[in-house]
Design a protein around this ligand. Sequence first.
Ligand code: FAD
Ligand code: SIN
Length: 538
Amino acid sequence: MKYSKYSTVIIGSGIAGLYSALKIEQQVNLPDGILLITKSKLGESNSRYAQGGMVAVMKDNKSDSTASHISDTIKAGAGLSEFNTVKFISENSDAVVRDLLKFGVEFDRDEDNNLCYTKEAAHSVRRILHAGGDATGKMIEQALCKKVEENKNIEVYEETDAVELLVSNQECKGVVVFNNNIQEYETIYSPAIIIATGGIGQLYKYTTNPVGATGDGIALAYNAGAILQDMEFVQFHPTALAIDGDENRFLISEAVRGEGAKLCDADGIEFMHKYDERKELAPRDIVTRANFNEMSENNTDNVYLNATCIDSTKLAKRFPNISKKCLENNIDITKDFIPVAPAAHYFMGGIKTNLKGETSINGLYAIGEASSTGLHGGNRLASNSLLECVVCAYSVAEHLKSIDLKTPKQIDENMKSEIDKYTNEDMVLEELDIKSLKLELQNIMWDYVGILRSENLLTEALDKIHNLKNKFPRKYKCLNREEYEFRNMLTIAELIASSALSRRESRGAHCRTDYPETSEQCKHSIITREEGVLNLVK
Ligand code: FAD
Ligand code: SIN
């Protein structure tokens, strides 16, 4: 097996990974260089598909304040957001936005060259920056990719999957990676490994997430013994485009509701007033359950979003990609209702970190959607995710300034047996029908660990996941990327289902029909490989 060493290794090239690579290269002494590895092409990620925008509490936006943003975030978080985290991220938002502008990110501006702000659900003011109309993620990601590509000091491995973290005595020493194109493994040693591998949407039958969102980094961290937090909290977006046969669903941004669109049935009858006085702009979990309930009661596969009340020129300018995608499906959003339904969208749980990105394992860091900083609590406020990605990427770079990033001269002998699991040439692996196994898992998660949960459903889910595990005879070495992803998906599915079973209350996105009340004590759940799920009193 090939060996190499770097002062820092970043896994993932979404906005968290790209921005952290740039900030670390800019600010930190890196005697052995910096490596960014990504399992697809550079920049392919959830980040690329972000539409609505990024929260920006700018000092010169007189109608906004960090106090207001903190209060909105905490209200949406259903009692699980950590005040210090929310404050830190909100207060650093002005600085990171200014830095992103320097990196060439072009947020949309008005005729007087002022930044444009939009509003989304549960925000009390317009504070969301957008770019390219409804292509915010793509615009940020492209600007950062360009800078990474131009930067000769940042080495990039594409088409390379991290498959195992090398940890001994609670210290992360490196990572085993697999190049899917040439089918080769490499061991990379580093004193600082940063997981920026994004979310888990692909575990569900219906999702807004692209194919790579399989929870890899979270599964790797769990296998390595790291503490995970709030794994039961999966956010379902209320309005994904519901076209027959399309299970990876295109998002119809919340910003469309922010600009005035209404949810209704096929006859145009609105229903959100029955569920919440904030109607279409109630927090995401409430709107999702409302749509789900309307669909169940009326036995339909979708509800509708009526954007015809918005000026057609404004619709075309603000939402060019949504307009185009709908037109490709014969829906003219200036005249027709848009069929929408909920879909798995974002993961509030993940690898527990502090504000420096540190996990419970020395030398292992996590940022972005793979981490659980305590910002989002039980229900993420729209457009807070991109902000968290960039603030935490900035902050991990600040932290690494104070760390000695020299790599060890000698290979750690304790690691040899871990690495041998991947180099064993005698192991003959037969091909498996991964596509069918993956579909089976996605159906289980949607039907039994979805928007509404109960003890019966979750217990059945765990049985089914265990049966599925028996059909997948791999523990370590796999045949290809799809198998590695499926291995990780099984790990995460079990963790979500068992955490959801342990949380006997309803809170934010976690809704138990058998425990509809929120328990008075606010608790985070944590889960580790050794100890299983524990509920912690805050
Ligand atoms: P990602 O962007 O998902 O990047 C993860 C990276 O890790 C990818 O490059 C992937 O290939 C790589 N990777 C994964 N596993 C491995 C492995 N084993 N080895 C190597 N590489 C690996 N949030 C907002 O704040 N505002 C929005 O408007 C918004 N809109 C959204 C719209 C859609 C359709 C979606 C899906 C999400 C949206 N979100 C939005 C959420 C937000 O986009 C994500 O939470 C955020 O972009 C996550 O960024 P990240 O860098 O943590 O992960
Ligand atoms: C959206 O545009 O509706 C998504 C925003 C988000 O997920 O934060």
